[in-house]
Design a protein around this ligand. Structure first.
Ligand code: KIV
Ligand code: ZN
Length: 386
């Protein structure tokens, strides 16, 4: 079995979605849920960005134990120092450093020659290695970089001590064939490539992030980076739940490739991220959209009733979607409420449960049917108060 590491950047790249600003309690709540989901690495933030970000990364690093916690830094000492301050409490301190390698970025943004970029990358990795046992290095805008130059800088980064090398499609420009071919090229043309893991990081500007990520896996990526619900800058990052469910559902094609995600925590994670970021999930979104398992047409309904696999390639249970056959309303009692809270994955103490039940009754007086979404809001609010 080849295991793909899942690197979640909901709290860093995801938080860069326009209009999203999570407070430290919300970030910690999401990090704890990502740990429950079983992600291997949580990128908790960008410690040098603000004292608040540093404190929040530190809090997550000291709380989360079953996922590795990392933070982002530019190739400058002050960023690396801030990241160390935030991450030294972590179980396995890990740093993510990046610098752009495409001609467009080097010329206009960095105003550096390619040689200067190589020197800066190498120097920063060596500096970071004095503190961090594991350093990941990213070639920002890797996909639009010159391939030979990319191979050269990747080799230098590995020699300097990077043990994970990330090849982002920063602006979502790649097609699956091209992105896969780039991984193959690096595998074949970087002499020390076996000393590092290759990572894929896809943005979704042309709607190809999932296909590109899968193409990278097919061509040697051992780590994939993305966010829950695909939130992120512009059109977002790859939606990790889509990648994981695709690998699982198409085991016939992705033979012997697996992730360690607990797939039945997907729905709960998706809902939490949506509620706390305020980013609505489109109804027809793959895997976690409201309509992902809904059948409307008579022909489809007939088929599913006769045999679900006629039109269902994944089941709602796989991702932890709870059936909704008990309708919650003002006549529902404490027992049914407690039961539903449990099936939605909430384990609240008695006081919080009582308070949530009161809120539920107040809402039920105003609204005929209380949906799981309504319950999510009520229960999440109580959880955040605990
Ligand atoms: O998209 C990107 O290139 C990034 C880097 C910081 C890794 O998010
Ligand atoms: Zn990104």
């Amino acid at each position: 079995m080849r295991k793909i590491d899942i690197y979640d950047t909901t709290l860093r790249d995801g938080e860069q979605s326009p209009g999203v600003n999570l407070n430290s309690i919300e970030k910690l709540e999401i990090a704890k849920q990502l740990e429950r989901l079983g992600v291997d690495i949580i990128e908790a933030g960008f410690p040098a960005a603000s004292p608040g970000d540093l404190a929040s990364v530190k809090q997550i690093a000291s709380t989360v134990r079953n996922s590795t916690v990392t933070g982002l830094a530019r190739t400058v000492k002050s960023d690396i120092d801030a990241a160390w301050e935030a991450l030294k409490v972590a179980e396995n301190p890990r740093l993510h450093i990046f610098i752009a390698t495409s001609p467009i970025h080097m010329t206009y943004k960095l105003k550096k020659t390619p040689e200067q970029v190589v020197a800066t990358a190498v120097e920063s990795i060596k500096y970071a290695k004095q503190f961090f046992p594991l350093v990941q290095w990213s070639a920002e805008d890797a996909f639009r970089s010159d391939r030979e130059f990319l191979a050269h800088i990747v080799e230098q980064a590995i020699t300097a001590g990077a043990s994970v090398v990330n090849i982002p499609d920063t602006v979502g420009y790649a097609t699956p064939q091209e992105y896969g071919a780039l991984f193959k090229f690096l595998k074949e043309n970087v002499p020390n490539i076996e000393q590092a893991k290759l990572s894929a990081h896809c943005h979704n500007d042309l709607g190809m992030a999932v296909a590109n990520t899968l193409a990278a896996i097919e061509n040697g990526a051992d780590q994939v980076e993305g966010t829950i619900n695909g939130i992120g800058e512009r059109a977002g990052n790859v939606a990790l739940e889509e990648v994981a469910v695709a690998l699982y559902t198409r085991q016939d094609f992705y033979e012997n490739i697996k992730t360690d995600l607990t797939l039945n925590e997907i729905k709960r994670t998706s809902q939490l991220v949506s509620k706390l970021t305020g980013m609505h999930i489109q109804a027809n979104k793959a895997v976690v959209g409201k309509n992902a398992f809904a059948h409307e047409s008579g022909i489809h309904q007939d088929g599913v009733l006769k045999e679900p696999t006629t039109y269902e390639i994944i089941t709602p249970e796989l991702i932890g979607e709870t059936s909704n056959n008990l309708v919650m309303g003002k006549h529902s009692g404490r027992h049914a409420f407690q039961d539903r809270a449990k099936s939605l994955g909430f384990e609240l103490d008695q006081d919080s449960l009582n308070s949530a039940f009161t809120e539920f009754k107040k809402l039920a007086d105003r609204k005929k049917e209380i949906t799981n979404d309504d319950l999510w809001t009520i229960l999440t609010n109580e959880q955040l108060k605990e």
